[in-house]
Design a binder for this molecule. Sequence first.
Ligand SMILES: NC(=O)C1=CN([C@@H]2O[C@H](COP(=O)(O)OP(=O)(O)OC[C@H]3O[C@@H](n4cnc5c(N)ncnc54)[C@H](OP(=O)(O)O)[C@@H]3O)[C@@H](O)[C@H]2O)C=CC1
Ligand SMILES: CC(C)(CO)C(=O)C(=O)O
Length: 335
Amino acid sequence: MQIGIVGAGAIGGSIAAALHRAGHTVELTARGENLDAIRRSGIHLTGAWGDHVADVTAHEALTVRPQLAFVTTKAQDARSAILANADVLRGLPIVVVQNGLESLDTARSALPEATWIGALALYAASYLSPGAVTITASGQTFLGADHGASDSTLTAALTLATATLAEAIPARAITNFRGAQWTKLIINQVNAMPAITGLSVQETISSPVLLPIVTASMREAVRTGFALGTRYVSLQGLSNTLLRAFSVAPITLGQGLPRLMARRMGDTPNPGSTLQSIRRGQLTEIDYLNGAVVAQAAAASRSAPINRTLVELVHEVERAGTFATPEHVATAVRR
Ligand SMILES: NC(=O)C1=CN([C@@H]2O[C@H](COP(=O)(O)OP(=O)(O)OC[C@H]3O[C@@H](n4cnc5c(N)ncnc54)[C@H](OP(=O)(O)O)[C@@H]3O)[C@@H](O)[C@H]2O)C=CC1
Ligand SMILES: CC(C)(CO)C(=O)C(=O)O
Protein backbone atom coordinates (compact mmCIF):
# COMPACT_ATOMS: atom_id res chain seq x y z
CA MET A 1 0.00 0.00 0.00
CA GLN A 2 1.15 3.57 -0.65
CA ILE A 3 1.61 5.32 2.71
CA GLY A 4 2.23 9.05 3.27
CA ILE A 5 3.73 10.31 6.54
CA VAL A 6 3.92 13.99 7.50
CA GLY A 7 6.70 14.59 10.05
CA ALA A 8 9.83 12.44 10.07
CA GLY A 9 10.77 12.62 13.75
CA ALA A 10 10.88 9.86 16.38
CA ILE A 11 7.31 8.65 15.82
CA GLY A 12 7.02 9.38 12.08
CA GLY A 13 10.43 7.84 11.38
CA SER A 14 9.74 4.71 13.40
CA ILE A 15 6.29 4.17 11.86
CA ALA A 16 7.74 4.78 8.38
CA ALA A 17 10.51 2.23 8.93
CA ALA A 18 8.17 -0.38 10.43
CA LEU A 19 5.60 0.00 7.62
CA HIS A 20 8.37 -0.23 5.02
CA ARG A 21 9.63 -3.42 6.68
CA ALA A 22 6.05 -4.79 6.49
CA GLY A 23 6.14 -4.33 2.71
CA HIS A 24 4.53 -0.92 2.18
CA THR A 25 5.75 1.89 -0.05
CA VAL A 26 6.37 4.93 2.11
CA GLU A 27 6.79 8.60 1.29
CA LEU A 28 7.40 11.01 4.14
CA THR A 29 7.99 14.70 4.62
CA ALA A 30 11.20 15.94 6.19
CA ARG A 31 13.31 19.07 6.25
CA GLY A 32 16.92 20.23 6.37
CA GLU A 33 19.64 17.73 7.20
CA ASN A 34 17.03 15.10 8.17
CA LEU A 35 15.66 15.27 4.60
CA ASP A 36 19.21 15.04 3.14
CA ALA A 37 20.07 12.02 5.31
CA ILE A 38 16.83 10.14 4.53
CA ARG A 39 17.31 10.77 0.79
CA ARG A 40 20.93 9.60 1.01
CA SER A 41 20.48 6.45 3.07
CA GLY A 42 16.87 5.97 4.19
CA ILE A 43 15.72 5.69 7.78
CA HIS A 44 17.83 3.60 10.15
CA LEU A 45 15.62 2.04 12.82
CA THR A 46 17.24 0.43 15.90
CA GLY A 47 16.19 -0.64 19.38
CA ALA A 48 13.29 -2.70 20.71
CA TRP A 49 11.74 -3.35 17.28
CA GLY A 50 15.02 -4.61 15.80
CA ASP A 51 17.24 -3.08 13.13
CA HIS A 52 15.97 -2.04 9.73
CA VAL A 53 17.13 0.37 7.06
CA ALA A 54 14.02 1.67 5.30
CA ASP A 55 14.36 2.76 1.71
CA VAL A 56 11.65 5.42 1.72
CA THR A 57 11.18 8.51 -0.43
CA ALA A 58 11.25 11.91 1.23
CA HIS A 59 10.31 15.44 0.17
CA GLU A 60 9.46 18.68 1.94
CA ALA A 61 5.80 17.95 1.17
CA LEU A 62 4.02 14.79 0.00
CA THR A 63 4.09 14.35 -3.78
CA VAL A 64 2.15 11.09 -4.18
CA ARG A 65 -1.46 10.59 -3.11
CA PRO A 66 -1.33 7.69 -0.62
CA GLN A 67 -4.07 5.24 0.35
CA LEU A 68 -3.44 5.92 4.03
CA ALA A 69 -1.63 8.85 5.67
CA PHE A 70 -0.18 9.66 9.08
CA VAL A 71 0.46 13.03 10.69
CA THR A 72 3.24 12.68 13.25
CA THR A 73 4.33 16.18 14.21
CA LYS A 74 4.25 17.69 17.67
CA ALA A 75 0.82 19.17 18.55
CA GLN A 76 1.82 22.80 17.95
CA ASP A 77 2.98 22.00 14.38
CA ALA A 78 0.07 19.81 13.29
CA ARG A 79 -2.09 22.54 11.78
CA SER A 80 0.61 24.04 9.56
CA ALA A 81 1.87 20.58 8.57
CA ILE A 82 -1.62 19.49 7.51
CA LEU A 83 -2.28 22.72 5.61
CA ALA A 84 1.04 22.40 3.75
CA ASN A 85 -0.02 18.94 2.53
CA ALA A 86 -3.75 19.59 2.19
CA ASP A 87 -3.95 19.09 -1.58
CA VAL A 88 -2.53 15.58 -1.34
CA LEU A 89 -4.32 14.66 1.90
CA ARG A 90 -7.84 15.87 1.00
CA GLY A 91 -10.43 13.05 1.12
CA LEU A 92 -8.10 10.43 2.62
CA PRO A 93 -8.20 8.34 5.78
CA ILE A 94 -5.53 9.96 7.99
CA VAL A 95 -4.15 8.90 11.36
CA VAL A 96 -2.93 11.65 13.64
CA VAL A 97 -0.48 10.22 16.18
CA GLN A 98 -0.26 12.84 18.88
CA ASN A 99 -0.27 13.28 22.64
CA GLY A 100 -2.65 15.65 24.42
CA LEU A 101 -6.39 16.08 24.02
CA GLU A 102 -6.59 18.21 20.90
CA SER A 103 -5.26 16.06 18.05
CA LEU A 104 -8.57 15.30 16.34
CA ASP A 105 -10.10 18.77 16.79
CA THR A 106 -6.99 20.44 15.36
CA ALA A 107 -6.79 18.03 12.43
CA ARG A 108 -10.48 18.30 11.57
CA SER A 109 -10.45 22.09 11.71
CA ALA A 110 -7.34 22.24 9.47
CA LEU A 111 -8.75 19.78 6.92
CA PRO A 112 -12.44 18.91 7.37
CA GLU A 113 -12.47 17.00 4.06
CA ALA A 114 -10.64 13.93 5.39
CA THR A 115 -11.50 10.99 7.64
CA TRP A 116 -9.48 11.52 10.80
CA ILE A 117 -8.44 8.72 13.13
CA GLY A 118 -6.60 9.44 16.37
CA ALA A 119 -3.70 7.36 17.62
CA LEU A 120 -1.87 7.21 20.93
CA ALA A 121 1.59 5.66 20.90
CA LEU A 122 2.51 3.86 24.11
CA TYR A 123 5.97 3.01 22.87
CA ALA A 124 8.95 5.29 23.43
CA ALA A 125 11.01 6.48 20.49
CA SER A 126 14.04 8.75 20.24
CA TYR A 127 15.27 10.71 17.25
CA LEU A 128 19.02 10.00 17.41
CA SER A 129 20.36 12.00 14.48
CA PRO A 130 19.22 12.84 10.92
CA GLY A 131 17.76 9.65 9.43
CA ALA A 132 18.16 7.62 12.63
CA VAL A 133 15.50 6.69 15.19
CA THR A 134 15.48 4.16 18.01
CA ILE A 135 12.79 2.46 20.07
CA THR A 136 13.78 2.65 23.75
CA ALA A 137 10.66 0.78 24.97
CA SER A 138 8.05 -1.14 23.02
CA GLY A 139 4.31 -0.69 23.62
CA GLN A 140 0.94 -0.71 21.93
CA THR A 141 -0.46 2.03 19.72
CA PHE A 142 -4.19 2.62 20.26
CA LEU A 143 -6.37 3.95 17.44
CA GLY A 144 -9.84 5.44 17.73
CA ALA A 145 -12.29 8.15 16.84
CA ASP A 146 -13.51 10.60 19.45
CA HIS A 147 -17.11 10.68 18.21
CA GLY A 148 -17.17 6.90 18.12
CA ALA A 149 -16.86 5.05 14.83
CA SER A 150 -20.48 5.92 14.07
CA ASP A 151 -20.58 6.20 10.31
CA SER A 152 -19.41 3.70 7.75
CA THR A 153 -16.61 5.87 6.32
CA LEU A 154 -15.12 6.33 9.76
CA THR A 155 -15.49 2.64 10.58
CA ALA A 156 -13.79 1.67 7.31
CA ALA A 157 -10.94 4.15 7.93
CA LEU A 158 -10.42 2.89 11.48
CA THR A 159 -10.40 -0.73 10.29
CA LEU A 160 -7.95 0.02 7.47
CA ALA A 161 -5.61 2.07 9.67
CA THR A 162 -5.60 -0.44 12.53
CA ALA A 163 -5.07 -3.46 10.26
CA THR A 164 -2.29 -1.73 8.33
CA LEU A 165 -0.45 -0.52 11.41
CA ALA A 166 -0.88 -3.85 13.21
CA GLU A 167 1.03 -5.57 10.37
CA ALA A 168 4.05 -3.48 11.37
CA ILE A 169 3.86 -2.65 15.09
CA PRO A 170 1.74 -3.62 18.13
CA ALA A 171 -1.51 -1.73 17.45
CA ARG A 172 -5.21 -2.05 18.14
CA ALA A 173 -8.44 -0.06 18.08
CA ILE A 174 -10.01 1.34 21.23
CA THR A 175 -13.63 2.48 21.67
CA ASN A 176 -13.42 5.13 24.42
CA PHE A 177 -10.82 7.24 22.61
CA ARG A 178 -11.40 10.35 24.74
CA GLY A 179 -10.85 8.24 27.86
CA ALA A 180 -7.69 6.84 26.24
CA GLN A 181 -6.44 10.39 25.51
CA TRP A 182 -6.96 11.31 29.15
CA THR A 183 -5.21 8.13 30.30
CA LYS A 184 -2.27 8.95 28.02
CA LEU A 185 -2.29 12.52 29.38
CA ILE A 186 -1.75 11.00 32.83
CA ILE A 187 1.16 8.90 31.52
CA ASN A 188 2.61 12.05 29.92
CA GLN A 189 2.89 13.57 33.37
CA VAL A 190 6.35 11.96 33.28
CA ASN A 191 7.40 14.28 30.42
CA ALA A 192 7.78 17.65 32.18
CA MET A 193 10.47 16.77 34.71
CA PRO A 194 13.03 15.49 32.16
CA ALA A 195 12.44 18.66 30.09
CA ILE A 196 13.07 20.81 33.17
CA THR A 197 16.11 18.95 34.53
CA GLY A 198 17.69 17.28 31.49
CA LEU A 199 17.44 13.89 33.24
CA SER A 200 15.78 10.77 31.79
CA VAL A 201 12.26 9.74 32.85
CA GLN A 202 13.77 6.89 34.88
CA GLU A 203 16.23 9.24 36.66
CA THR A 204 13.53 11.75 37.59
CA ILE A 205 11.30 9.01 38.99
CA SER A 206 14.14 7.60 41.09
CA SER A 207 14.93 11.06 42.52
CA PRO A 208 13.58 11.41 46.09
CA VAL A 209 13.18 15.16 45.46
CA LEU A 210 11.35 14.90 42.11
CA LEU A 211 9.22 11.76 42.61
CA PRO A 212 6.79 13.36 45.13
CA ILE A 213 6.30 16.30 42.75
CA VAL A 214 5.61 14.06 39.74
CA THR A 215 3.17 12.07 41.89
CA ALA A 216 1.40 15.22 43.08
CA SER A 217 1.10 16.66 39.56
CA MET A 218 -0.19 13.30 38.32
CA ARG A 219 -2.79 13.19 41.11
CA GLU A 220 -3.86 16.73 40.24
CA ALA A 221 -4.30 15.66 36.60
CA VAL A 222 -6.23 12.49 37.50
CA ARG A 223 -8.56 14.46 39.80
CA THR A 224 -9.15 17.00 37.02
CA GLY A 225 -10.16 14.23 34.63
CA PHE A 226 -12.56 12.72 37.15
CA ALA A 227 -14.06 16.17 37.89
CA LEU A 228 -14.93 16.39 34.20
CA GLY A 229 -16.56 12.95 34.15
CA THR A 230 -13.69 11.16 32.39
CA ARG A 231 -13.79 7.39 32.26
CA TYR A 232 -10.15 6.32 32.07
CA VAL A 233 -9.32 3.19 30.08
CA SER A 234 -7.21 0.14 30.79
CA LEU A 235 -3.84 0.58 29.17
CA GLN A 236 -0.19 0.26 30.13
CA GLY A 237 -1.06 -1.08 33.60
CA LEU A 238 -3.48 1.81 34.32
CA SER A 239 -7.25 1.53 34.69
CA ASN A 240 -10.19 3.64 35.84
CA THR A 241 -10.28 1.72 39.14
CA LEU A 242 -6.56 2.11 39.78
CA LEU A 243 -6.67 5.83 38.99
CA ARG A 244 -9.73 6.29 41.25
CA ALA A 245 -7.71 4.78 44.13
CA PHE A 246 -4.66 6.86 43.17
CA SER A 247 -6.73 10.07 43.19
CA VAL A 248 -7.47 9.72 46.91
CA ALA A 249 -4.24 8.03 48.04
CA PRO A 250 -1.61 9.93 50.03
CA ILE A 251 1.43 11.00 47.98
CA THR A 252 3.76 8.46 49.65
CA LEU A 253 1.51 5.58 48.60
CA GLY A 254 0.75 7.13 45.19
CA GLN A 255 4.47 7.19 44.31
CA GLY A 256 4.10 3.54 43.33
CA LEU A 257 2.29 4.61 40.15
CA PRO A 258 5.04 6.70 38.49
CA ARG A 259 7.51 4.04 39.70
CA LEU A 260 5.46 1.41 37.84
CA MET A 261 5.46 3.58 34.69
CA ALA A 262 9.24 4.04 34.85
CA ARG A 263 9.76 0.29 35.37
CA ARG A 264 7.68 -0.45 32.26
CA MET A 265 10.09 1.76 30.27
CA GLY A 266 12.95 -0.64 31.05
CA ASP A 267 16.60 0.29 31.56
CA THR A 268 17.30 2.22 28.36
CA PRO A 269 17.16 5.89 29.42
CA ASN A 270 14.01 7.49 27.98
CA PRO A 271 14.27 11.26 27.61
CA GLY A 272 10.59 11.51 26.65
CA SER A 273 9.46 13.48 23.64
CA THR A 274 9.45 16.84 25.48
CA LEU A 275 13.13 16.77 26.52
CA GLN A 276 13.98 15.71 22.95
CA SER A 277 12.50 19.00 21.68
CA ILE A 278 14.58 20.96 24.24
CA ARG A 279 17.75 19.11 23.20
CA ARG A 280 17.12 20.12 19.58
CA GLY A 281 16.51 23.75 20.57
CA GLN A 282 12.83 23.51 19.61
CA LEU A 283 9.73 24.68 21.44
CA THR A 284 8.00 21.91 23.36
CA GLU A 285 4.50 20.51 23.46
CA ILE A 286 4.12 21.31 27.18
CA ASP A 287 1.08 23.59 26.69
CA TYR A 288 -0.75 20.53 25.28
CA LEU A 289 0.34 18.22 28.14
CA ASN A 290 0.51 19.78 31.63
CA GLY A 291 -0.94 22.91 30.00
CA ALA A 292 -4.02 20.89 28.99
CA VAL A 293 -4.49 19.86 32.62
CA VAL A 294 -4.39 23.54 33.68
CA ALA A 295 -6.95 24.48 30.99
CA GLN A 296 -9.21 21.51 31.77
CA ALA A 297 -9.06 22.26 35.49
CA ALA A 298 -10.22 25.82 34.77
CA ALA A 299 -13.07 24.41 32.67
CA ALA A 300 -14.11 22.42 35.75
CA SER A 301 -13.80 25.54 37.97
CA ARG A 302 -10.77 24.04 39.68
CA SER A 303 -7.10 24.90 39.73
CA ALA A 304 -4.00 22.85 38.94
CA PRO A 305 -1.17 24.80 40.58
CA ILE A 306 1.51 22.09 40.30
CA ASN A 307 0.84 21.54 36.61
CA ARG A 308 0.88 25.32 36.10
CA THR A 309 4.29 25.58 37.78
CA LEU A 310 5.70 22.72 35.69
CA VAL A 311 4.50 24.44 32.49
CA GLU A 312 6.23 27.67 33.59
CA LEU A 313 9.44 25.80 34.42
CA VAL A 314 9.53 24.11 31.00
CA HIS A 315 9.00 27.49 29.32
CA GLU A 316 11.84 28.87 31.44
CA VAL A 317 14.16 26.14 30.11
CA GLU A 318 13.00 26.83 26.53
CA ARG A 319 13.89 30.52 27.00
CA ALA A 320 17.13 30.17 28.98
CA GLY A 321 18.49 27.00 27.39
CA THR A 322 19.72 25.75 30.78
CA PHE A 323 18.26 23.01 32.95
CA ALA A 324 17.09 23.43 36.55
CA THR A 325 18.28 21.42 39.53
CA PRO A 326 15.79 19.19 41.41
CA GLU A 327 16.09 21.60 44.37
CA HIS A 328 15.10 24.56 42.18
CA VAL A 329 12.04 22.62 41.00
CA ALA A 330 11.09 21.77 44.60
CA THR A 331 11.40 25.43 45.64
CA ALA A 332 9.30 26.63 42.67
CA VAL A 333 6.55 24.08 43.41
CA ARG A 334 6.50 25.03 47.14
CA ARG A 335 6.07 28.71 46.17
N1 LIG B 1 8.79 10.22 20.97
C1 LIG B 1 8.00 9.42 21.68
O1 LIG B 1 8.46 8.49 22.33
C2 LIG B 1 6.53 9.63 21.68
C3 LIG B 1 5.92 10.71 21.09
N2 LIG B 1 4.55 10.81 21.09
C4 LIG B 1 3.87 11.93 20.46
O2 LIG B 1 3.98 11.80 19.04
C5 LIG B 1 3.99 13.09 18.43
C6 LIG B 1 5.26 13.23 17.60
O3 LIG B 1 6.34 13.21 18.53
P1 LIG B 1 7.86 12.93 18.12
O4 LIG B 1 7.93 12.07 16.94
O5 LIG B 1 8.54 12.53 19.36
O6 LIG B 1 8.29 14.40 17.71
P2 LIG B 1 9.58 14.85 16.87
O7 LIG B 1 9.84 16.25 17.26
O8 LIG B 1 10.66 13.84 17.02
O9 LIG B 1 9.08 14.79 15.37
C7 LIG B 1 8.20 15.71 14.84
C8 LIG B 1 8.57 15.90 13.39
O10 LIG B 1 7.64 16.80 12.82
C9 LIG B 1 8.37 17.67 11.94
N3 LIG B 1 7.63 18.90 11.71
C10 LIG B 1 7.50 19.97 12.53
N4 LIG B 1 6.75 20.93 11.95
C11 LIG B 1 6.41 20.44 10.74
C12 LIG B 1 5.67 20.97 9.66
N5 LIG B 1 5.08 22.16 9.75
N6 LIG B 1 5.55 20.21 8.55
C13 LIG B 1 6.11 19.00 8.47
N7 LIG B 1 6.84 18.44 9.47
C14 LIG B 1 6.98 19.16 10.58
C15 LIG B 1 9.66 17.90 12.66
O11 LIG B 1 10.62 18.36 11.75
P3 LIG B 1 11.76 19.41 12.20
O12 LIG B 1 12.61 18.69 13.19
O13 LIG B 1 12.41 19.73 10.91
O14 LIG B 1 11.04 20.58 12.82
C16 LIG B 1 9.97 16.51 13.20
O15 LIG B 1 10.66 15.74 12.27
C17 LIG B 1 3.90 14.10 19.58
O16 LIG B 1 2.58 14.48 19.81
C18 LIG B 1 4.43 13.31 20.77
O17 LIG B 1 3.96 13.79 22.00
C19 LIG B 1 3.77 9.84 21.63
C20 LIG B 1 4.33 8.76 22.21
C21 LIG B 1 5.74 8.56 22.32
C1 LIG C 1 4.97 7.36 26.69
C2 LIG C 1 6.03 8.43 26.55
C3 LIG C 1 6.37 9.01 27.88
C4 LIG C 1 7.18 7.67 25.96
O1 LIG C 1 8.35 8.34 26.00
C5 LIG C 1 5.57 9.53 25.66
O2 LIG C 1 4.42 9.55 25.27
C6 LIG C 1 6.41 10.68 25.29
O3 LIG C 1 7.63 10.62 25.42
O4 LIG C 1 5.82 11.67 24.84
